[in-house]
Design a protein around this ligand. Sequence first.
Ligand SMILES: *[C@@H]1O[C@H](CO)[C@@H](O)[C@H](O)[C@H]1NC(C)=O
Ligand SMILES: *[C@@H]1O[C@H](CO)[C@@H](O)[C@H](O)[C@H]1NC(C)=O
Ligand SMILES: *[C@@H]1O[C@H](CO)[C@@H](O)[C@H](O)[C@H]1NC(C)=O
Ligand SMILES: *[C@@H]1O[C@H](CO)[C@@H](O)[C@H](O)[C@H]1NC(C)=O
Length: 389
Amino acid sequence: MKSTVWLPLLAFIWGSASANPIVGLFDPACQVVTGECPNKNVSFWLYSNSTRENPKLLNPLDLNPWDFQPPRPLKILIHGYTGYRDFAPNSYIRPVLLDHEDVYVISIDYGPLVAYPCYIQAVQNLPLVSRCLAQLINNLVDRAIVANDQIHLIGFSLGGQVAGQTANYVKRKLKRITGLDPAKPLFILGPDSRRLDQGDADFVDVIHTDAFGRGYLRSAGHVDFYPNFGVKQPGCMEENMQDPGSCNHERAPRFYAESINSTVGFWGRQCTSWLVQLLALCPTTGAQSLMGYRVSNELRGSYFLQTAGKSPFALGKMPDVDNRQTLAKFHLNFKHNEIANGYEPQLLEAFLELDKVKVVVNMDKADLDKQLNWTHRAEDEPLSKNLIK
Ligand SMILES: *[C@@H]1O[C@H](CO)[C@@H](O)[C@H](O)[C@H]1NC(C)=O
Ligand SMILES: *[C@@H]1O[C@H](CO)[C@@H](O)[C@H](O)[C@H]1NC(C)=O
Ligand SMILES: *[C@@H]1O[C@H](CO)[C@@H](O)[C@H](O)[C@H]1NC(C)=O
Ligand SMILES: *[C@@H]1O[C@H](CO)[C@@H](O)[C@H](O)[C@H]1NC(C)=O
């Protein structure tokens, strides 16, 4: 069983792995910024339906309660590497939110800290960004301007990791974080406190769309969705032949934006693991669950679905296909737990990651770790021990 599993799997993975975006790492212009919050490189822009054309720049130390009247849910959008406040996920999600939901939106802008080609330095600048975002959230909530349970962080790529790290600095546990294809390069090997995981909020939902490129396969939330196996998105070859990986990656915020007002919805089915799903060993009948903005916060586990290759992407509920007979043959293996194990693909992925980093950066893991300096710092200590109830 084992070897017959691995051969097609490896072929699939090598066929799907897209180029790693880590290039030009050692440009002398790249800097790691040490600074205080508020910081002029980290700005916060408040949008509401009526101020969408002229957002207000917020001063985290001098917040005006009237800017948040009447009370509405607050969505905080966090861009990634090479982004700014109008870059993904903002460009896709903010207009749909303001059109269809009665919410405030804050778009954070930390573009100067994550400029091309400085990926390693960008990763090292994230704790500063996260501290500044946490300062804003703490001040909003301390002053009762916004209720903690009204706040929802939505981060794309490196922004997904910013959301996860913000959890290290807030005084009260965050209610909800959405990770849209959270960035993998240099995070798989880093410590948990730097990486989005389900400890970071009461509910963490994640969508994986470029798992072998800029994103990753490993589950990161209470619930993880893998559209089109989370690897190769239909339509991306046609849309961006030079760099289909970046198209795969941006599908996550595009799906999410569409999920806000889709009439049919993105529906997925649960499977124990990605590998089991890849081998077509999960039921293709029965319950389905909604992905995206309207996901149930009770949902747990990994979910799989297909999408269309262009907008509108959602296909609605999947038809039932009775595969019980095929599944029956494998029940023995399931019992012996030969493949129903999330560990194997994760291990494989770690290898892939190391391998690609080595090829591109041409140095080994020890050097890379040194370069990254994942030193534990006291100020990064999670506050969860003394969270305010
Ligand atoms: C959803 O909203 C966007 C913009 O607000 C609009 O372009 C799109 O047509 C809407 N979709 C549906 C299905 O109503
Ligand atoms: C936004 O404002 C427009 C009018 O300017 C209104 O038609 C629309 O319903 C508003 N949307 C929401 C979600 O309140
Ligand atoms: C802002 O970032 C630039 C690098 O992009 C840096 O040179 C500058 O010192 C930073 N300013 C502050 C206040 O941190
Ligand atoms: C990591 O950073 C700390 C403090 O910023 C510094 O003292 C230490 O020497 C650095 N370690 C390496 C391996 O560069």
